[in-house]
Design a protein around this ligand. Sequence first.
Ligand SMILES: [Zn+2]
Length: 457
Amino acid sequence: MKNQKISIQFLGATQTVTGSKHLLKTPELTVLIDCGLFQGIKSLRLKNREDLPINVKEIDIVIITHAHLDHCGYIPVLVKNGFKGQFLMTPPTRDLVEIILRDSAKIQEEDAKRANDEGFTKHEPAKPLYIEEDVEKAIKQFETRYDAAWIHLSENISFQFLKNGHILGSAFIDMKCYGKKIVFSGDIGRQNSDLLAPPTIIEDADYLIMESTYGDRLHSNHSPLDDLEHAIIATLEKGGNLVIPSFAVGRAQEIMYLINQLKEQKRIPPVPVYLDSPMGADATDIFLNHPNWHKLNSKEAYLVSRHVTIIRDFHDTFKVLKTERTKIIIAASGMLTGGRVLTYLKEYGPLHDNTFLLVGYQGEGTRGRALQEGLKEVKLYGKYVDIHAEIVSIESMSGHADQKEMLDWMKNFRKIPSKIFLVHGEPQAQDIFRVKIQDEIGAEVIIPEMNQEFELI
Ligand SMILES: [Zn+2]
């Protein structure tokens, strides 16, 4: 039985930055926008294992804004729980989501195995949320759309993907629904990215579902090249290693591009660079395969990774660790919640002459946030490790618009949206942003709570 009214229910990313899932219920279709995983503190991670407060089989279609796990990492669970419809996404997003989910399954299987082998799990036995087989099954339901035109889902519902400058393939969802416009921001990117075009201007929205990661902050106006040069030179002078925790997809390519620029401009010596990620090479190929989705010409795109040694095999990580020469290592995950960067944290974290450079947002409850806040001890694989390496954070490379960039983008609306829902932000950022939007845009701002539902039309 379909809904009689049009409403939106927030099933994640409410007063937190992960787990994006926004459910639009209408008389014709029930549409889920994003299908993300909760990450960070344990109480959040445990939500991935709870049933959604809805009947999954009632969802008709899922639209994905971009290929970060907090927006797509729950896809295999949704399929396991009975969703049979399509996942719509742009072509680069599809390519990236495939490798990201395969990697996510692998990490979960490895972590569960390690927890069971080493006996540090309190739950017996530790079980992965999903395995590679679940991912392969889900991928069969993927469909790509992008012709910069309206995609008709039903008589009264259509939408278009509009580039939003956050990562390769990322897009706003600009939706017409029963004569009203509903815009989902996804994660909104920067005005002056080296790799991506700025977010598309949208002039009308009746309802805006808006991210708010940096709702309380302005990024520095340093150039990312200067910040990166400074961090690299400082580490070289100490004779240590520079580890850059990073999403292997999108962000890693940007870092490789910038390091190459520094080398070409002779601002840093020809220091060896490693991308330790089984999916890093694939992600770099995907970059080359979608030239219309970034600013680099084919030669520049090719040069992004030519100076980098890509480590696929887990055993080679130990060879890299043993290399005595000073080096730069880029490894996932970006918030040190899992992945190969943890091996580097375990080995290089206790030594003074090494540096960990945090270039992206560090969510609440993650090891990245703990290090950023000066914690000198982290728990890794069930054991405490003392951290003496230098921890440096730079904001100039952020993939998220800051408060001013988001407000400037919203000021393009010709008429004030009747409601703006703030999602994907921590409480303090959201509250400051709410006041700022009310003062500068004049719209009604709502900060939804988990599973809260609002009637729209
Ligand atoms: Zn994102």
